[in-house]
Design a protein. Structure first.
Ligand code: G4P
Length: 526
């Protein structure tokens, strides 16, 4: 098949949600309908269960599972679908943010009883930064939840995106009867009997067909007609372009656990979701249809076996065809690298691939060469953008707890930072090393992994900081003044860029006010 055809039939996306909204269940059901797995329960959740904070073996076990489910590829109606899994635990949010840099669209799952939750809001901000097209699946309709109109208002208000329902529920909870599919004018009746395998009964019926009154009750049909009249009055007709530009999110309703509404979501998804889109680099935009291969590393996963320090680096192909055993330029080191066993991921297994196309993710065996954001090309020096580090929120000084193991400790810290586990800052005042993370669990993961993989011991010292932000200014005088006054609160990140460590939100807002010519950035890319 030609490159262009391969690109057009690919859909690479992530499912995101606040923990417990049903992301794992929906992923599994998509795989089930796509024929990639045959029984429910085949995909293990990669979420680190609550209460596992001090159970390191559990973290390790979960890490192993998440390698296996990092990318789930399958074919459905001649479309190659790549679902990128994101960690459910919010302490690993940064990993999720980075995964979002490798997708072309996103499905957001919302629990109909809980509505929009914190994690959903944060993830949506990342999607908005990149204008990622978003679809919404409102889940758990088999349970009582909020009124659908209220939910739509909440999504618009909280996620700051316009919505357009493409399905509409009839009842909810115990009185849930089904969903009317506005995209195809079909009624999908919820039978709720053969719960784990059936997808409900789908009947093609126009909204004004009197049969509708028999299929559901006359009262339910009347409510549905009234609701839909309101929907069509309030929301403009669905326009694929506004979805593709990230302005409008089509909304579906269903129950992932009961397989309900999932097929409709998938069928609409393969029709309207984008195939691989152009990517940005510092030098020039990259079109996926270009002949030459380009790609970037968005995720690195350490091996489960502590005796082997090798890792899997996940490469997103952005253009051209990736071929096994062909040399590619690793831009940061200037070296040519060949890969004899690149892995492709299909549902719950992986296999060696000879070719991979834009939109595909492949796993490369790595012995410490790769860092997040690294580029591979056929010779051109490119640097992909849009793979930012986010301002961490928790900080601790990290100290060597075993003077004999200094080397091991710095190597370990370096490699863990390359993997993107956390960020390392060096205080400009006293040279002390500071670890910044988005979640408390990372500190324990780092300590555990340093000990088990690098044979090094670390100790933490508490540090009360509010936020770290990258600073820059064209006004040298003001910058110098700032440096003098904030001498104790300045640090360098691993690339040597200057970072302001604000103790409190008050200090930060004061600094922003007093130094108007200094730009304070909350992501590392600006
Ligand atoms: P997550 O990945 O977003 O964290 O959520 P996950 O799919 O694990 O779902 C969270 C819980 O919600 C699970 O129950 C799951 O069975 C349930 N769930 C998912 N979809 C639906 C739905 O459509 N209706 C109802 N009623 N429940 C749903 P759990 O008890 O936490 O886990 P489990 O023991 O069932 O695995």
């Amino acid at each position: 098949m030609e490159l262009a055809q391969e690109i057009r039939r690919r859909r690479t996306f992530a499912i995101i949600s606040h923990p417990d909204a049903g992301k794992t269940t929906l992923t599994e059901k998509l795989l089930l309908f796509g024929g990639a797995i045959h029984v429910a329960g085949a995909v293990k959740s990669n979420k680190i269960k609550r209460g596992a904070t001090s159970d390191f073996m559990e973290i390790e076990r979960q890490r192993g599972i998440s390698v296996a489910t990092s990318v789930m590829g399958f074919e459905y109606r001649d479309i190659k679908i790549n679902i990128l899994d994101t960690p459910g635990h919010e302490d690993f949010a940064e990993d999720t943010y980075r995964t979002l840099t490798a997708v072309d669209s996103v499905i957001i799952v919302i629990d109909c009883a809980k509505g929009v939750e914190t994690q959903t809001r944060k993830l949506m901000e990342v999607c908005r930064m990149r204008n990622t097209p978003v679809m919404v699946f409102i889940n758990k309709l088999d349970r009582n939840g909020k009124d659908p109109f209220d939910l739509l208002d909440e999504i618009e208000r909280e996620l700051k995106i316009r919505v357009r329902p493409l399905a509409w529920p009839i009842g909810m909870g115990p009185s849930f009867r089904g969903v009317y599919n506005l995209y195809e004018n079909k009624l999908n009746l919820f039978l709720g009997e053969d719960r784990q395998t059936a997808a409900g009964e789908v009947i093609e019926v126009d909204l004004h067909d009197p049969r509708l009154d028999e299929l559901v009750s006359a009262r339910e049909a009347e409510t549905l007609r009234a609701d839909l009249e309101l929907v069509n009055g309030v929301y403009p007709a669905f326009d694929t372009d506004t979805y593709l530009s990230g302005e409008v999110a089509p909304v579906f309703f269903g129950s992932a656990l009961n397989n309900f509404g999932v097929m409709e979501l998938l069928d609409c998804f393969i029709r309207i979701a984008p195939f691989p889109r152009p990517s940005r680099t510092v030098e020039r935009p990259i079109d996926p249809f270009e002949e030459k291969m380009t790609g970037f590393i968005f995720k690195i996963h350490a091996n489960m076996d502590p005796n082997h320090r090798d890792r899997i680096a996940f490469l997103k192909i952005c253009s051209g065809v990736f071929e096994r055993n062909r040399p590619y330029l690793h831009v940061p080191s200037g070296k040519n690298l060949k890969f004899s066993s690149p892995n492709a991921f299909m549902a719950d297994r992986k296999s060696i691939v000879d070719f991979a196309y834009p939109g595909d993710i492949i796993g490369l065996h790595d012995t410490g060469t790769f860092k997040i954001g690294d580029t591979l090309t056929e010779g051109e020096k490119l640097k992909f953008t849009g793979i930012p580090s986010f301002s961490p929120e928790l900080f601790r000084y990290i100290e060597n707890a075993d003077p004999m193991k200094f080397k091991q400790l710095s190597k370990g810290i370096d490699q863990l930072m390359d993997e993107g586990v956390a960020q390392l800052f060096t205080s400009k005042m006293n040279g002390r090393k500071i670890i910044g993370t988005v979640g408390a669990l990372q500190f324990e993961v780092i300590q555990y992994r340093l000990e088990h993989e690098y044979n090094a011991l670390c100790r933490y010292e508490p540090m009360a900081l509010y936020k770290a932000c990258w600073i820059e200014s064209d006004n040298r005088e003001q910058l110098e003044d700032f440096r003098k006054r904030k001498h104790q609160s300045l640090a360098l990140d691993k690339h040597g860029r200057e970072v302001y460590l604000a103790d409190t939100s008050y200090a930060l807002s004061q600094a922003i006010e007093r130094f108007p010519d200094i730009r304070f950035h909350f992501t590392s890319e600006f």
